[in-house]
Design a protein around this ligand. Structure first.
Ligand SMILES: *[C@@H]1O[C@H](CO)[C@@H](O)[C@H](O)[C@H]1NC(C)=O
Ligand SMILES: *[C@@H]1O[C@H](CO)[C@@H](O)[C@H](O)[C@H]1NC(C)=O
Ligand SMILES: *[C@@H]1O[C@H](CO)[C@@H](O)[C@H](O)[C@H]1NC(C)=O
Ligand SMILES: *[C@@H]1O[C@H](CO)[C@@H](O)[C@H](O)[C@H]1NC(C)=O
Ligand SMILES: *[C@@H]1O[C@H](CO)[C@@H](O)[C@H](O)[C@H]1NC(C)=O
Ligand SMILES: *[C@@H]1O[C@H](CO)[C@@H](O)[C@H](O)[C@H]1NC(C)=O
Ligand SMILES: *[C@@H]1O[C@H](CO)[C@@H](O)[C@H](O)[C@H]1NC(C)=O
Length: 425
């Protein structure tokens, strides 16, 4: 049906669908940039019309990088004109590419009393209070050096922006011989059970990058690791994983029986030592849950719950966040199926997870982004990063092309809040 629309109308509809109504100007401008690039490719007339209609927010520079090796690399846009990896759908009922069934924005549960009570909030000008900056080399062998707080602050790599959002960035000096400076922060607090809710509007994305938001216990893997947001390079679908001591597994690989909307990416054994550190990962079925697709869609909310029933993780695109979450009274029982879950029946939470701290990090290359440099086939990675950039290794690309990261494909986290709740019915 959509194919019968005249192209300009189709573009306009797609453009309108992309305009987030509640986001800050920089997000609107990113959506406008991307749409302008595509619109201009198809017809000058529609581009002119859009410029008139959206004057101030339409930026004429397309999101592309002119690399030092002479190549032009376009940011992945994952929406208009891309190869069909779902679309940002900020306010429409068609549901294209936003398969989260449980999104019940405006649900009546918002005013109900939640059994989950806020234990700590990280937001606004005080976002960085209660975190420690991890310093030094990346244990996953990325080509970054993590800075302490005063270094990161003076380098402009950790700050709260004028919108009140926390920025965690990577150094973009153009051509480096050593590692790039980056940021990795860990909460001082630790919980045996909790509900961690991340509200982010941008995450690092693009060839070479490997960002993560996760929780981790002491004496790895004994204290357990829950990777809530993780992926590499151009991926558009988030991958959540747990890594544990031997003895924790998933009861089945049948996702229907598990009651999750995501899919298994590897095996059902979660033991780090028995799986070459792979753990048991689940990929979200949402094409806007990670990377450029997440950013272009205005970001979203992740909720990771660790309690007597096990571990489960939900994701909502920003326009579909349940009202109970926005109200600060989360009601997990009203959220429907998570995209990932590891039930207590085959992985006792009190045995395999304790003293969990939350962590943000951004690394470059290393064990995952580097080793996947030549790979394709994961959603978002139709073309390998080697092909896209013209560099045969991840390290040579990120060392030589820092300015590529300072533009539209930013290696930045932009986080509205991290709220941690405890079960206190
Ligand atoms: C995007 O998501 C839809 C399901 O919502 C799926 O059918 C499609 O294959 C996905 N596209 C890619 C490239 O992963
Ligand atoms: C979304 O669309 C509905 C129905 O068209 C409208 O009432 C509502 O105000 C819109 N929401 C936003 C956030 O624009
Ligand atoms: C941070 O979050 C807390 C708890 O939701 C809220 O009371 C406070 O107003 C927020 N602060 C800012 C600056 O948004
Ligand atoms: C997966 O589980 C569902 C629900 O228990 C069941 O109906 C279905 O047959 C199972 N699929 C396979 C391939 O076993
Ligand atoms: C876990 O946290 C508790 C309470 O702070 C502490 O007493 C205990 O030593 C911690 N366990 C480990 C293994 O760090
Ligand atoms: C990718 O391919 C290039 C050229 O064939 C090779 O030099 C490089 O080692 C490969 N990298 C990985 C991670 O396989
Ligand atoms: C980066 O700098 C090195 C010398 O430090 C030089 O050999 C190389 O050509 C430069 N690369 C680019 C892409 O500018």
């Amino acid at each position: 049906m959509v194919h019968s629309l005249p192209i300009p109308l189709l573009l306009l509809l797609q453009f309108l669908a992309l305009i987030p109504t509640v986001y800050s100007n920089n997000i609107i401008s990113r959506a406008a940039q991307r749409t302008h690039k595509v619109a201009a490719r198809h017809t000058h007339a529609i581009a002119r019309d859009l410029r008139v209609a959206f004057g101030a927010v339409l930026v004429s520079e397309p999101p592309q990088q002119l690399l030092a090796n002479g190549r032009t690399v376009y940011c992945k846009s994952n929406a208009v004109g891309s190869s069909g990896t779902g679309q940002g759908n900020s306010n429409s009922s068609s549901g294209t590419g936003t398969p989260t069934k449980s999104a019940s924005a405006g649900s009546p549960t918002a005013s109900a009393v939640s059994p989950w009570k806020l234990a700590e909030a990280h937001n606004g000008s005080e976002f960085f209070q209660g975190w420690s900056f991890d310093v030094g080399a990346d244990p996953t062998h990325g080509v970054v050096d993590y800075l302490d707080q005063s270094q990161a602050t003076s380098a402009g790599l950790a700050y709260v922006n004028s919108a009140g959002n926390a920025i965690m960035a990577v150094d973009t000096t153009n051509n480096l011989s050593g590692n790039r400076e980056s940021v990795r922060i860990t909460t001082n607090s630790q919980y045996n059970q909790a509900l961690w809710i991340l509200n982010a509007i941008h995450m690092p994305t693009g060839c070479g990058v490997w960002p993560a938001f996760w929780t981790n216990g002491p004496n790895w893997p004994a204290g357990g690791e829950i990777d809530i947001v993780e992926g590499v390079n151009d991926y558009t679908n988030n991958q959540a994983t747990i890594h544990t001591n031997p003895g924790c597994s998933m009861p089945t690989s049948n996702t229907t029986a598990l009651g999750v909307t995501g899919e298994l990416v590897a095996q059902t054994n979660c033991a780090a030592a028995e799986t070459g550190n792979q753990g048991c990962g689940m990929r979200s079925n949402s094409n806007v849950s990670f990377g450029a697709a997440f950013n272009n869609n205005g970001g979203g909310v992740y909720a990771s719950k660790l309690d007597d029933t096990g571990v489960s993780i939900h994701f909502w695109p920003s326009a579909q966040v349940p009202s109970d979450i926005l109200a600060g009274t989360p009601q997990p029982s009203s959220w429907g199926a998570p995209f990932a879950a590891w039930p207590a029946s085959t992985c006792d939470p009190s045995t395999f997870f304790y003293n969990q701290s939350a962590i943000f990090d951004t690394t470059l290359c290393g064990d995952w982004a580097g080793s996947a440099w030549n790979s394709t086939g994961v959603p978002g990675q139709e073309q390998s990063c080697a092909q896209r950039t013209g560099y045969s290794t991840c390290e040579s690309f990120v060392m030589a092309e820092g300015s590529a990261f300072s533009q539209a494909c930013m290696f930045n986290w932009e986080v509205k809040s991290v709220n941690i709740y405890q079960y206190k019915p």
